[in-house]
Design a binder for this molecule. Structure first.
Ligand code: CA
Length: 232
């Protein structure tokens, strides 16, 4: 017997009950496994904790708006395609959404055929780029970028969001010498400018969690006078 492919999982973050019902019915009948959250915070929570193939994200939400949710997901290293649902005429919003890491947008009211077509486009793109989201292994550590999860000998490590982003940046730039200023800019972002000492403190915490011996690190190396280099 042929093995049935796993149902694709769509997370719907939307607060209009009627639209949630319509979209859930339609996507379910197309064979998708649909989850829903009706406000920004629970949407962020579900999007972070469970693996999804596509996220449909409304802009106007109670709790946190769709832009905040989108930005937070990307900052947490979640790379799941996001289609933003905007109200008619929010031209500026579209630009902002794409800037914050959304992959596409749909203007309400939209046709269901249009929606499912857009979802399929994102699924095809994601599977083409699948290697980028595959777990990364070094030593006894496994990093799942989709789930923002780090396992050591199969046991989940309790990394803070910042430690995870720091590790992700190291992995994406392995073998490169990274200065404290670059790490501050890329991992902490332009909006906050803590001192470079912050980088050292977070590197120390990260080492305690991922290194076999944090006093003699073998993955996150100090490059004296310059910064750090990841060699895992
Ligand atoms: Ca709404």
């Amino acid at each position: 017997m042929a093995v049935m492919p796993r149902a694709r999982r769509v997370l719907l973050i939307e607060d209009e009950p009627g639209l949630v019902l319509t979209l859930t019915d339609r996507l379910t009948s197309e064979g998708y496994d649909v989850g829903a959250a009706s406000d920004g915070l629970s949407g962020l929570e579900r999007a972070t904790r469970e693996p999804w193939d596509v996220i449909l994200l409304d802009v106007m939400l109670p709790g946190a708006n769709g832009f905040d949710v989108c930005r937070d997901l990307r900052q947490r290293g979640i790379t799941t395609p996001i289609i933003m649902l905007t109200a008619r005429g929010q031209v500026v919003d579209k630009v902002l959404g794409l800037k914050l890491g959304a992959d596409d947008y749909l203007t309400k009211p939209f046709d269901m055929l249009e929606l499912t077509a857009r979802v399929e486009v994102q699924l095809r793109r994601a599977s083409a780029a699948h290697s980028g989201t595959a777990p990364y292994h070094f030593g006894n550590i496994s990093v799942d970028f989709r789930k923002a999860q780090v396992l050591k000998d199969g046991v989940e490590l309790d990394l803070s969001a910042r430690e995870f982003l720091l590790l992700k940046y190291f992995i994406e730039h392995r073998e490169a010498t990274l200065t404290r200023d670059e790490l501050l800019n890329e991992v902490w972002g332009y909006h906050s400018m803590p001192s470079t000492r912050t980088v050292d403190v977070h590197v120390a915490w990260l080492r305690q969690k991922i290194e076999p011996n944090s006093r003699n690190p073998q993955y996150v190396l100090t490059v004296h006078g310059l910064g750090y280099k990841f060699v895992g």
